[in-house]
Design a protein around this ligand. Structure first.
Ligand code: OAD
Length: 251
């Protein structure tokens, strides 16, 4: 468990001196949806425990055994549809509402809990489990049902191992202009997302990690907030908004 309360906040640290919110990039991972009942990947009991990822999450797997892949993602889709957004998703939506387009939300999650919590903008860099992609035309359609296991033309709209994440170039561009970078509930083990903190830090952005545990990338952040996302994220958003109001009053 990361220690709680190592967070020192100073509004000057996040470029809040100019009467407008800091340019902020938020990256979320499976940990933000864990308390909504969606399994993470690498925790004990997580999706990749005992699962051969090459058998369900690669283009070769879909070619070789589409039924197994459709079955795996049908279950993921059912889990997402049954889940409800939690207080951490809601807090991020609140920050987006307050700071508008200065906040860019990037998620590695394939669930739609950010959208259902009211987030006005979400970039799904690993795709979406409630969408299908036509392997011939590339057309993407929203889809909230089970896919027949013999379906081979429509694949889950998921970025599989060996494929390019969606929007990488735009994300890197935004990181280069960020004042503040916040990573929430991600183990920092999958590139390119695990490198985002390095890019943000290289341009002098303040960097904050929010996670239940220390991660492989904790060392790279200015601050690490320990605890469960439903507790830490609303508190962090409260502090960010309070710092912004103080700045406005001071101005
Ligand atoms: P992981 O399963 O690798 O990591 C989840 C992180 O969430 C861990 O660091 C946990 O400590 C943390 N965590 C768990 N519960 C939490 C809670 N209630 N509050 C706060 N933190 C909590 O998931 P990701 O980092 O998102 O890719 O995984 C990245 C990618 O690897 C996924 O997008 C997926 C996977 O392969 C694809 O499927 C394309």
């Amino acid at each position: 468990m990361l220690p709680a309360g190592v967070f020192r906040w100073n509004r000057h640290d996040a470029g809040m001196d100019h009467h407008k919110p800091p340019r902020t990039v938020i990256l979320t991972g499976a940990g933000i949806s864990a308390e909504s009942g969606i399994a993470t990947f690498r925790d004990s009991g997580g999706l990749w425990e005992g699962e051969d990822v090459t058998a369900v999450a690669t283009p070769a797997a879909f070619r070789d055994d589409p039924a197994r892949v459709q079955r795996f993602y049908n279950q993921r889709r059912r889990d997402v549809i049954a889940a409800q957004p939690n207080a951490a998703h809601a807090a991020i939506a609140r920050l987006q509402e307050a700071w508008g387009s200065e906040v860019v939300l990037v998620t590695q999650n394939v669930d739609d809990l950010h959208e259902r919590s009211g987030s006005p903008q979400v970039l799904h860099m690993h795709g979406s489990v409630t969408a299908l992609r036509n392997i011939e035309t590339g057309e993407v359609v929203e889809y909230h049902h089970d896919v027949p296991e013999d379906e081979t033309k429509w694949r889950p709209h998921i970025v599989w191992f060996g494929e390019q994440p969606i929007g990488s170039r735009e994300i890197v561009e935004m990181l280069f202009h960020a004042d503040l970078f916040i990573a929430i509930g991600t183990s920092g083990t999958v590139t390119p997302a695990s490198n985002f903190v390095d890019i943000a830090a290289s341009v002098g952005a303040r960097t904050i990690e929010v996670n239940r545990d220390a991660t492989e990338k904790s060392w790279a952040f200015d601050d690490c907030l320990g605890g469960l996302a439903t507790d830490t994220v609303p508190k962090l958003v409260d502090r960010l908004l309070a710092a912004g109001e103080a700045t406005n009053r001071a101005g």
